[in-house]
Design a protein around this ligand. Structure first.
Ligand code: RB5
Length: 164
């Protein structure tokens, strides 16, 4: 389970070209908050492919090298598609602080994905801080989160078409 803010923790951050400028801003914010930031790239506004940045960050979260990370692309969608293919990664696209808070409280989101073309810099900073500082509520949400990695059969769900 991801804990609340822990200054000194290493947090990787990555974006494609669409998220580059906002990444540069959030990198500074994370550093000012006391986190050790690992900037995976991209390092300019030159056109890039978002999976090239989502894969290395998601791998680190999945294998436990880090507890959490931050991804940015234009809509947040491409980055989240890649990240959520990794075991144990729960990547949440958040476009306001309330969504970011709920992604932590209810979903224990360990990757924050920002839709850089659809949030202001100020909102992005508020979203980031909320995600960093909001604890997971556990309880019934813990039971639900633990089912994410299970199969349909393990969850006792009825397969489509099998109900009589
Ligand atoms: C890049 O133009 C854009 O497609 C990308 O940043 C992202 O929004 C994809 O999901």
């Amino acid at each position: 389970m991801v804990d609340v803010a822990r200054p000194g923790e290493r947090i990787p951050i990555a974006s494609d070209h669409a998220g580059f400028e906002l990444k540069e801003r959030l990198r500074v914010v994370l550093g000012a908050l006391g986190y050790e930031v690992e900037d995976i790239g991209t390092h300019s506004t030159a056109s890039t492919d978002y999976p090239d940045y989502a894969h290395p960050l998601s791998q680190q979260v999945s294998d436990g090298t880090v507890e959490r990370g931050v991804l940015l692309c234009g809509t947040g969608l491409g980055m989240s598609y890649v990240a959520n293919r990794y075991a144990g990664v729960r990547a949440a696209v958040a476009w306001n602080p309330e969504i970011a808070g709920l992604a932590r409280k209810h979903n224990d989101a360990n990757v924050l994905v920002l839709p850089a073309r659809f949030v202001s810099d100020e909102d992005a900073v508020a979203i980031l801080k909320t995600w960093l500082e909001t604890p997971f509520e556990g309880g019934r949400h813990g039971a639900r989160v633990s089912k994410i990695e299970q199969t349909n059969e393990q969850n006792g769900a009825v397969s489509p078409g099998s109900a009589s």
